[in-house]
Design a protein around this ligand. Sequence first.
Ligand code: ARG
Length: 577
Amino acid sequence: MNIQTLLNQRIQAAMVAAGAPDGSPALVRQSAKVQFGDYQANGIMGVAKALKTNPRELAQVVIDKLDLSDVAEKVEIAGPGFINVFLKNVWLGKELAELRSSDHLDIDKVDSPEVVVVDYSSPNLAKEMHVGHLRSTVIGDAVVRTLEFLGHTVVRQNHVGDWGTQFGMLLAYMERLRSENSEISMALSDLETFYRAAKTCFDDDEAFAKRARELVVELQSGNEECLALWDEFINISLTHCEETYKMLGVSLERQHVMPESAYNDDLVNVVNDLQEQGLLKESNGAQCVFMDEFANKDGEITPVIVQKTGGGFLYATTDLAAVRFRQHTLNADRVLYFVDARQSLHFQQIFTLSRKAGFVKPSTQLEHMPFGTVMGSDGKPFKTRSGGVAKLSALLEEAQERAYQLVASKNPDMGEEELRNIGRVVGISSVKYADLSKNRTSDYVFNWDTMLSFEGNTAPYLLYAYSRIASIVKRSEIDVTSLTGDIAVVEAQERALAVKLCQFEEAIQQVANDGMPHFLCAYLYDLAGTFMTFYEACPILNAEEDVKNSRLQLALNTASTLKQGLALLGIETLERM
Ligand code: ARG
């Protein structure tokens, strides 16, 4: 149930009946204060201004035309012409009963599902995944899960970088190891070390560097032997990624990999197409597109370079080919790119050019979902203690170990196996949640103590809240599957919890629209807090039968909402911790 949508529709219809132009928005929002009711419509003032009438008078006409008697107990005019809506307790109780009996938490699937292509994670395969890949991977995955839950068709695209000049260097190094009869797969078990060793050879040994450059050319012109070697490298590198995805609980699999190399044969067509449309201009031997939109204040334009002197293609050319593929083969209605904010200009250029060149339908939305950097406590991008880039797998190992120590110290009587499992869930979810709960557009500081804290907007707090509710239900010794009867919304704390529970859909809708999981995190944190306040004020287990049944159902609804919400964030829950 989406109360906001329902009120928007009803109030908008009443506004039109009161003389407002068709489509005037009612602008319904959750109220900021209890005295303003549960929801507030802010749309009257704008319309009154356009119609040159008194907003309070217009609000009165709207209210006269508005029938909310089924859902609201009071509708009043406030301030300069706001409409405040106070929901009915009986209605809230009925909604909660529906929530409880629905296997989809009474959330409507969207009326017109879209095909949403989501480009996320997308690491470069020359190195192992590091902390810089965390954000794209976990934020992208949460949005993907949310879109699917709402009924959209999601196509995951892991646009991995497997085709740059650095692969010549890596192949030359593999070739050298082979000639020395060294175990290649052993050497590749640590990609980071492998990369560094290859780089040292490349920098110090002219013959090696020459061979590396030859190998890139051979690779790109389709030499079989070269491709076989490259394939071996890519395969191992992707296996590393998959291990990390598995550890992280991210839904990406091999089938979602659509690498840069896959567009190789189409790049020449992209350039020809731009040429035919008269969009290309040669500049210092390179093929470029100059668009006025990207001029600075002195009129100098930053061009999109699509082909280098000598014929090589670039990152941008591949992205143009990818846009066409996503439109024409995948039939995207929306394409979301979860990529570092530092690539904003690149994407604005790709999107603008794709439209000019007709690579996408006018109605297709191309959206860059930028994010900030993970910082260390020193205010610089996060590094390991020794100053290197933090490997994601190592970071996740550390998280699990830290969480294990923490829960082991709290539960001296718990068995080792269970403690390890709790350590795994708490550790991984803490790292993910710390990232997901921040507005993605800003940088954030990576801090073990805050992310593993049981207080505040953290994963341990939410997991603990969930397990506490699970234990209350367990202690009731009631078979919850057969638990029925009315949910009575009486006390103020019951009411606050009931309203919160009904707002789940609004929170996830925001995640789907804006690609911002922190809205859902904030909602879940609020929900858990609202439950705790309710639980302190309204005893459950020692209440008399009817009240107990009703409150137990409120608890069950809270538990299933928390569990579902966390699942959308890609976070497992624990029945006990
Ligand atoms: N591999 C790129 C990087 O690590 C990110 C790719 C993002 N997706 C895209 N379609 N350009 O910077």
